[in-house]
Write a protein that binds this ligand. Sequence first.
Ligand SMILES: [Zn+2]
Ligand SMILES: [Zn+2]
Length: 181
Amino acid sequence: MMEMKRPALPLTGECPCEAVRFEVSAMPLLIYACHCTECQRWSGRAFSMSMPVASKSFRVVRGEPKPWRRIGASGVQSTYWFCGDCGGRVYGERDARPDIRAVRAGTLDDTSWLRPVAHVYMRSAQPWEQLAGRGTLRDHAEGFLDARRQVAADVAGVMKRSSVAESLEKSSQPAYVAVSV
Ligand SMILES: [Zn+2]
Ligand SMILES: [Zn+2]
């Protein structure tokens, strides 16, 4: 089983140019890797790491991120907050779930403990990506709060709906959702 180190609270992080800085006072609800084409385009990478946290545990402590409103890959209206200076994306939130904010996990000061417990939109994942030799996804879930189950179920629900919303966008249709429940 992959070791899951518990990070010290509060979690802290910032955008690349350091103009926007934030704190999270409670353990995240979930950490998952999203392989959808939108995340690939925005990040310029193979996938993005999303870390939903309780909104009440999250606060911006420096700078004022700017909002970008749009229908996300999950098919629901969302607001993505980014740094107006460097363009770095910091976190996002869905209109329907104001109690949760999805922090871009790569913005954390300490990323050494991050382990995704779920991989979504695997159909558009790069073909060379694999979890071989790293154990099962369930192994990665050890050490997290029970609250993750609720959010994992929420992610699964959103993905289920999105398979309809994105039926015309074959490249990012979710092939399956691997959640730790
Ligand atoms: Zn910045
Ligand atoms: Zn995505």
